[in-house]
Design a protein around this ligand. Structure first.
Ligand SMILES: Cc1cc2nc3c(=O)[nH]c(=O)nc-3n(C[C@H](O)[C@H](O)[C@H](O)COP(=O)(O)OP(=O)(O)OC[C@H]3O[C@@H](n4cnc5c(N)ncnc54)[C@H](O)[C@@H]3O)c2cc1C
Length: 416
């Protein structure tokens, strides 16, 4: 409900990013309407790997990845797949991707990720406490696994980066690893414990609860697709697929991987792609884990969640409209069995989601450069759950005209 003089704000997209922003703006006194064509949390935020992955801010585009990419692309079981049909539409994105990863840019990009990650765990805990789900954030971290010294050496650049930015980790030998997670196969010789990479019990339940809290505090949730904008000197609202128009002082676009379709309507094209990812949820896996695990050389992740064990990973570049290719999910499960030989998969369910990805790995948290009244919060890539609470606070500060906690220049929409 709106009171006289209150700023009205529309937030488009009720994923973890948009819902967190809606809650923040509501606290700042805005009358907020959260719009989604679906129920809250049904996009990428539904089935991610549940990790508050504060150490995973290394830019995806980097020379070590370029060197491996050709091999990955010809391996049907490799961690990245590019759909041949969609490939022509990816040319300019990949050119920007390689340009972003030039050595002279690397340190700046990692510093931008680190600036968000440094705040992420505390901000996430505060957000979860606020909606009564504080106990759903695990106290245990993530284990990064290595089958050989050469695998460990190949991951050294990540550890060097953590040293540069002061993030905690601990190298474990086989005996220490077995004491923490006895189910991990003997082939794994070494591990790194990342104590601050925590796990959310159920990412979908978190967004649902955030949306419930937002509504209980007086926010409006509108189920409709945004199809256009009402514009005069500035954007004055959005048009919906039911033919109606909603007016507001501000519009925040947080429609995940679909945000580029909306920005195009504002003559503001953004190089946003979908990095499609898959999960397999196993309610009865036949084993228990207390840490999440990643095996960098095999490019998969396993997370303990409220509904059993979740196996995921893989990047598939095939656009927003192609149907899922469930073989991608099955590949990650086969890889996971290399580390967890007792893993059972009877009754497992599979899911595909769209990571919203910019070629430089850095999200956009920005006012529009073309359409006054519009703000963007998108492109959080592999770290949208991790970055949500921090993004929400920064967006709230930006819209309120306060000095944001971190310099938002590198996150501008017109940086490309
Ligand atoms: C397999 C996988 C594993 C991942 N693991 C992790 C992880 O462990 N940790 C982590 O931090 N991140 C992870 N991520 C990334 C994370 O899930 C995303 O970055 C994050 O969910 C993006 O949130 P969002 O709110 O921007 O987008 P979404 O959750 O996709 O929400 C966008 C919303 O916008 C709505 N929408 C779109 N267009 C319109 C329109 N025109 N009108 C109305 N509504 C519209 C959609 O319906 C959707 O609800 C993973 C992603 C995947 C796919």
């Amino acid at each position: 409900m709106q009171t006289a003089g209150q700023t009205t704000t529309l937030v488009v997209g009720a994923g973890v990013i948009g819902t967190a922003i809606a809650l923040d703006l509501q606290k700042r006194g805005h009358a907020v309407t959260l719009i989604d064509r679906n129920a809250p949390g049904r996009g990428a935020s539904f089935g991610n790997m549940a990790s508050i992955a504060v150490t995973e801010f290394m830019p995806v585009s980097r020379p070590s990845v370029w060197l491996q990419t050709p091999g990955w692309l010809i391996d049907p079981e490799g961690p990245i797949r590019v759909s041949p049909r969609y490939a022509p539409r990816l040319v300019s994105w990949f050119l920007r991707f390689f340009w972003a990863g030039r050595p002279s840019r690397m340190r700046a990009l990692e510093a931008q990720g680190a600036a968000l990650c440094r705040r992420a765990l505390a901000d996430t805990q505060a957000l979860m406490d606020d909606v009564g789900l504080g106990a759903d954030l695990s106290q245990t971290g993530c284990l990064s696994l290595y089958a050989s010294e050469s695998e460990f050496a190949a991951d050294r650049e990540r550890l060097d980066m953590l040293d540069r930015h002061g993030f905690a980790y601990q190298v474990l030998d086989r005996a220490a690893l077995s004491a923490l997670e006895p189910e991990i196969a003997p082939v794994i010789q070494k591990a790194v414990l990342l104590p601050d990479n925590r796990t959310v019990r159920d990412p979908f339940a978190l967004v649902s609860r955030m949306a419930e809290a937002f509504a209980a505090r007086g926010g409006t949730i509108r189920r409709a697709a945004v199809t256009g904008f009402a514009r005069a000197e500035r954007v004055t609202g959005v048009t919906l697929d039911d033919g109606s128009t909603l007016s507001a002082d501000r519009v925040v676009l947080a429609a995940g991987a679909f945000t580029a379709r909306l920005s195009r309507l504002l003559d503001e094209p953004i190089p946003l792609e979908t990095e499609r990812g898959y999960h397999t949820q196993i309610a009865d896996p036949g084993l228990t884990l207390s840490h999440s695990i990643i095996w960098p050389a095999r490019a998969f992740m396993v997370s303990p969640t409220g509904g059993g064990i979740r196996v995921g990973g893989t990047v598939e570049m095939a656009g927003l409209d192609a149907p899922p290719d469930w073989r991608r999910a099955q590949i990650t499960v086969r890889r996971a069995r290399g580390a967890l030989p007792n893993l059972r998969t009877d009754g497992a369910t599979e899911w595909m989601g769209h990571r919203p990805a910019f070629p430089d790995t850095v999200p956009v948290i920005s006012a529009s450069a073309r359409a006054p009244g519009v703000f963007y919060a998108t492109g959080h890539g592999h770290l949208g759950l991790t970055y949500a609470a921090t993004t929400a606070r920064l967006m709230g500060q930006l819209i309120a005209g306060q000095t944001p906690d971190i310099d938002l220049n590198p996150f501008r929409v017109d940086r490309f």
